[in-house]
Write a protein that binds this ligand. Structure first.
Ligand SMILES: [Zn+2]
Length: 255
């Protein structure tokens, strides 16, 4: 069985004390493919180091996270642009709009989101979307950029069925993580009507730990708890969920 964590911040300082052991724990649970979203340029060195240590397991993205779209965002976007031309990345992410942390930057968040979508199209890469309290705003940008060359993942999907179907209509897969195990998470109530070919698994570690670790530091080995819950929802075996969602991730990222 091969399980793919399509969204894990392995470079986070939350793992500074035990990063290698934490990764070993995931490998022992058959989680052997890790896709690493970027936040801003300050994390690049740590990401390259991870890639060096686990070259066939760690796959990097480049991008500017919406909560890090600040005064220096043009410089940061320039960095993303240069990186994408300089070497191989597997997605542009995580990008999008977050109105939970800061509404005052909406305009530059929209600009950064649109610019990075265009970079992804230019390099024929998927995008990985971060959307928090901003479905309408994110869909507005996707609507205007929609087309065959727009595709990717709606990371940490927490919307309703209608929003899920809208996301799929823009060639987005749904990133399913710890929230699916929450009692009030709501996506467990309609997920089974979404074809399993349209979902991928993720932890978003160190955030959003699944039950029974809710509220604690999350790590990639806990993806097993998400896998089991998804198997229960679709009434299939965990092995089948692992096989299908890993294949979905390969189709999307091209590796
Ligand atoms: Zn993330």
């Amino acid at each position: 069985m091969i399980i793919t964590d399509t969204h894990t911040h392995l470079y986070s300082e939350a793992f500074d004390e035990d990063r290698e052991e934490m990764i070993e724990r995931a490998l022992r649970e058959n989680i052997t493919r890790f896709f690493i979203p970027a936040i801003d340029s300050s994390f690049s060195e740590a990401m390259f180091e991870l890639e060096k240590k686990f070259p066939d397991k760690v796959f990097l993205m480049s991008g500017l996270h919406p909560t890090h779209v600040k005064e220096n965002y043009r410089q940061e976007l320039e960095f993303v642009k240069k990186e994408l031309s300089r070497r191989k990345y597997y997605a542009v992410g995580e990008i999008g709009i977050d109105l939970y942390w800061d509404k005052s930057t909406l305009e530059i968040q929209q600009e950064a989101f649109r610019y990075q979508i265009q970079l992804a199209k230019k390099h024929d890469l998927p995008i990985v979307i971060h959307c928090r309290e901003a479905f309408e705003e994110v869909f507005e940008v996707l609507e205007s950029e929609a087309g065959e060359d727009l595709y990717g993942i709606f990371h940490c999907f927490t919307g309703n069925q209608k929003q899920a179907e809208q996301a799929l209509s823009y060639n987005m897969k749904l990133g399913i993580g710890g929230v699916v195990t929450f009692k009030n998470g709501k996506i467990d109530q309609f997920l089974s009507v979404i074809p399993i070919s349209e979902i991928v698994l993720e932890t978003d570690s160190p955030y959003l730990a699944p039950v029974p670790y809710r509220g604690k530091r999350n790590e990639s080995s806990y993806l097993v708890n998400v896998l089991n819950k998804v198997a229960e929802i679709y009434n299939v075996t965990p092995e089948e969920v692992a096989a299908v969602t890993t294949q979905n991730s390969k189709d999307l990222f091209g590796i």
